[in-house]
Design a protein. Structure first.
Length: 335
């Protein structure tokens, strides 16, 4: 059974991207970040062995995607716009420019189901309320539509924890994201059994009270959630799978030629940064290349849990990153 979780944020959030300062933010929370945040709360609540719960996690989660006016928006399969991009490039006055087509990352749930059933896309199906991001064609309609979220930059100053004074040259800006009414994020999850779901919900409740993302110590990332059963579209004939999480293939999957099969599509992303748990927060994790949401594979991917920081005299426990795949079947006619 698959469950859908909808997150309504009650405070500003900061989902940062790697770079100089804290100005850049992400439109989603990746599955490895969500997994790690829930695991931390799980251990606090149930005092399970971190090594056991990390290597044998009894649940799987997708990444968090936009929830706009109560409608879930899913990642587009890679290559789904190839025909439209070619058509727009050849037209003198295309309905949507190639530049705008390449910016689109998400499709509303009704359109998403049409895509994974293999239906051919048309320009008239791509509207500001069916794909994101896409601006309205008429300027007057932009005033009728509230933005999904507002972004505000605030000045920050890194302070010395011993003296309490500001550090020289440590002034920077941080971007906060404010979700508007009926907007937020959602993700999908599966569980080994009902008891796992009860524990997961409790850990997620604690996470909502402590915050998701950066700057939790100053009240960022607080949320409430609701859950419901998620059903895959009926009468779906499939010949491949679309990835809804990050994915790190196992050595066995690579050796079996999973990435050498024709007609697959994927993009790589480098995951890096410092460990999040209190005892190891000063240490940087090993970089890890993973496959992004929207990637398409001919066989169902599995993935693994990767150790990205090993136990040592200074590091009290191993630190892991989740690369297990969360995927659903699709028909590849439009790919």
């Amino acid at each position: 059974m698959i469950y859908e979780y909808r997150l309504s944020f009650t405070s500003p959030v900061h989902f940062g991207l790697e770079g100089i300062g804290q100005e850049r933010i992400d439109q989603r929370v990746r599955s490895d970040t969500l997994w790690g945040a829930i695991i931390q709360q799980w251990i606090l609540l149930y005092n399970d062995d971190p090594e056991v719960i990390c290597m044998d996690t009894p649940f799987t989660v997708s990444s968090c995607f936009p929830l706009i006016n109560g409608v879930p928006f899913y990642p587009l399969p890679f290559g789904v716009f190839d025909a439209l991009i070619t058509e727009a490039g050849q037209a003198k006055k295309p309905e949507i420019s190639v530049k705008d087509l390449k910016k689109i990352r998400f499709a509303a749930e009704p359109l998403f189901w049409k895509i994974i059933r293999g239906e051919t896309l048309r320009f008239e199906q791509l509207q500001p309320d069916t794909v994101f991001p896409l601006e309205a064609k008429r300027p007057e309609t932009m005033w009728e539509r509230k933005p999904v979220y507002d972004i505000m930059q605030r000045p920050r100053l890194r302070t010395d924890q011993l003296s309490g004074g500001g550090k020289e040259g440590a002034f920077f800006y941080c971007s906060d994201q404010y979700f508007n009414q009926n907007n937020g994020l959602f993700f999908l999850a599966t569980f080994h059994d009902d008891e796992t779901k009860k524990r997961f919900d409790a850990a997620l409740q604690l996470l909502g009270d402590t915050g998701l993302g950066a700057d939790r110590s100053i009240g960022r990332g607080l949320f409430a959630f609701e859950t419901r059963e998620f059903k895959v579209s009926d009468n779906l004939s499939s010949d491949c799978y679309i990835l809804l999480s990050l994915y790190h293939p196992t050595k066995e999957e690579v050796m079996q030629g999973m990435l050498e099969v024709p007609d697959i599509a994927y993009s790589l992303i480098r995951r890096s940064g410092h460990a999040a748990s209190l005892a190891v927060s000063n240490f940087r994790r090993y970089d890890l290349w993973m496959m992004e949401e929207g990637s398409i594979f001919r066989t169902k991917p599995a993935g693994d849990i990767v150790c990205v920081l090993e136990r040592s005299e200074l590091v009290p426990h191993n630190v892991y990153r989740c690369g297990r795949a969360f995927c659903i079947p699709m028909q590849s006619k439009t790919v």
